[in-house]
Design a protein around this ligand. Structure first.
Ligand code: FE
Length: 280
């Protein structure tokens, strides 16, 4: 077994998106542009309503999957396929945009704390033109493993007996939300070709067997390939562990569209302007 070590520790960058929602971006930045198949990771969180109240008014997507995980606060979404829903703490929304979707994500709260994550997973060329698909998982239906040392919520993949809802996914994703008690260890097996990373929400962790730079809150910890992950909590810690099989295709980014070529991005922009974008 090859123990996974840290490749690089990257600070999340404060930015804003939508109609001015403040967030911390850790993937999709100059230092971590594309961790194939992951295109973006945003933490949106604030206690100040002015930081989130404007939300994400209607906007298009093509060629990606967005996985939204809410920890605090409530969001309302609506999209061009007619899907509608209200996300409450613990809920997961998994959207495969495929050929195109137009959606809005607006806070369903006028005050209080908001905390959530949005991960973008790239789609391979053969799936980018598919009909959009939508999966909604209530927090209490998420597979959860609990023991004296840790709680592991499984958004994707499998940990012990807890399993995520996405089966036979093309990148074989792993997405765990782990709360680890002080001086305890989290161990899991990872397919050896997967790219993986940890996003540390709170606390301080040691990864692997070698000595590494100290980690802290809002750190993106990019990991080397290997087949066993060992994380030790130096204090009580909370983190996301995310992994997936690389797609290995060229990418062209155009804001909310991610395709394989620049010409396909122009096509998406034209479709959107012509009103022929959302076919489903
Ligand atoms: Fe969106």
């Amino acid at each position: 077994m090859k123990t996974i070590e840290i490749k690089k520790i990257v600070e999340a960058i404060e930015t804003s998106d939508g109609a001015g929602v403040k967030l911390k971006r850790s993937i999709g930045t100059p230092e971590a542009d594309y961790i194939d198949p992951f295109l973006m990771l945003d933490e949106f969180g604030s206690e100040n309503k002015d930081d989130y109240i404007a939300g994400f008014p209607p906007h298009p997507h093509r060629g990606i999957e967005t996985v939204t995980y809410m920890l605090k606060g409530e969001f309302e979404h609506e999209d061009s396929t007619g899907a509608k829903g209200r996300m409450t703490p613990g809920d997961v929304q998994w959207m495969k945009t495929g050929a195109g979707i137009i959606h809005s994500e607006m806070p369903a709260m006028s005050e209080g704390k908001l905390l959530g994550f949005q991960l973008w997973i790239n789609m391979p060329a053969k799936l980018k033109r598919n009909k959009p698909q939508y999966l909604y998982i209530k927090g209490n239906e998420l597979g959860t493993h609990k023991d004296a040392d840790k709680v592991v919520k499984v958004i994707a993949g499998k940990f012990e007996k807890a399993e995520g809802p996405e089966k036979n996914h093309n990148v074989d994703p792993i997405y765990f939300h782990v709360v680890l008690e002080k001086n305890k260890e989290f161990k899991c097996n990872v397919p050896k070709d997967h790219n993986s990373f940890i996003y540390l929400l709170t606390g301080q962790v040691t990864v692997g067997d070698k000595k590494h730079k100290e980690t802290h809150n809002s750190n993106l910890i990019l990991l080397d390939k290997g087949d066993q992950l060992i994380v030790k909590a130096n204090k009580k810690s909370e983190f996301l562990f995310i992994a997936g099989k690389p797609i290995g295709e060229p990418i062209a980014r155009g804001g909310p569209f991610v395709m394989n070529t620049k010409a396909e991005i122009l096509e998406a922009v034209q479709d959107y302007h012509n009103g022929t974008f959302a076919k489903y």
